[in-house]
Design a protein around this ligand. Structure first.
Ligand SMILES: [Zn+2]
Length: 220
């Protein structure tokens, strides 16, 4: 569902004017860690949520026809020409969210990809100390996002994670990798994950999904 953040502007319906600073309107879009709407000098930045993805729309006066999107710190930045209409912008945001999700899903598709990702994460955050013997997607996990058997070195990820942002999948993978080194959820365990900057955001994302879907899924 697209939440048209620009509706939050209410009576402030004019296009932003160059060189003028506008106050922030946007109380109507709640639950976001940022302002729902922000207008800065001549450039407008809109934050919204589309299909569970936090989107930042940037209108660029330099951009003529092309629309592009990239991931940045857990959100999807969509760049659109400043002259684009609101309706077109809404369509494009939806399209780009779907495209990026599809491409991320393709990238996360195989168990082999997951195993490679696990090794990369282990190298980056755990000095390569966690070396799983197997990493695979499973569809039979009802109460957990991920699980592992340290004695075997095996890690399983719920396929409910498929299609979620890669930084969320990375967090669950890293969580299970850390369990290969440290059982339980004591301070030593969380210390292993300290380097992962999106830790709290990923945990919040999963809690949100669990609550919204009425699932009793935990990340512990
Ligand atoms: Zn755990």
């Amino acid at each position: 569902m697209l939440i048209p953040a620009w509706r939050a502007r209410g009576r402030c319906a004019k296009e932003p004017q160059a060189g003028r600073l506008r106050p922030v309107f946007g109380a109507a879009v709640t639950g976001l860690p940022y302002p729902a709407l922000m207008t800065t000098t001549g450039r407008e930045v809109v934050h919204t949520v589309v299909d569970g993805v936090t989107v930042e729309v940037r209108r660029s006066p330099k951009r003529r026809r092309t629309v592009s999107a990239y991931r940045q710190e857990g959100r999807l930045v969509v760049l659109v020409p400043a002259r684009m209409s609101r309706a077109e912008e809404g369509e494009w945001v939806r399209t780009m969210v779907a495209r990026v999700a599809a491409s991320e899903q393709r990238r996360q598709r195989t168990d082999g990809d997951l195993a490679q990702r696990a090794l990369a994460l282990s190298r980056e955050y755990l000095d390569g100390r966690a070396v799983p013997s197997s990493v695979r997607w499973v569809s039979n996990q009802r109460s957990r996002w991920g699980s592992c058997t340290p004695a075997e070195g095996s890690i399983r990820l719920s396929d409910k994670l498929r299609g979620m942002p890669s930084w969320v999948v990375d967090y669950v993978l890293l969580h299970e990798l850390a369990h290969l080194l440290q059982p339980g959820h004591g301070p030593e365990f969380w210390a292993l994950l300290r380097g992962y900057s999106r830790l709290e955001r990923a945990r919040g994302y999963l809690q949100g999904v669990s609550a919204t879907a009425g699932l009793d899924l935990s990340d512990e």
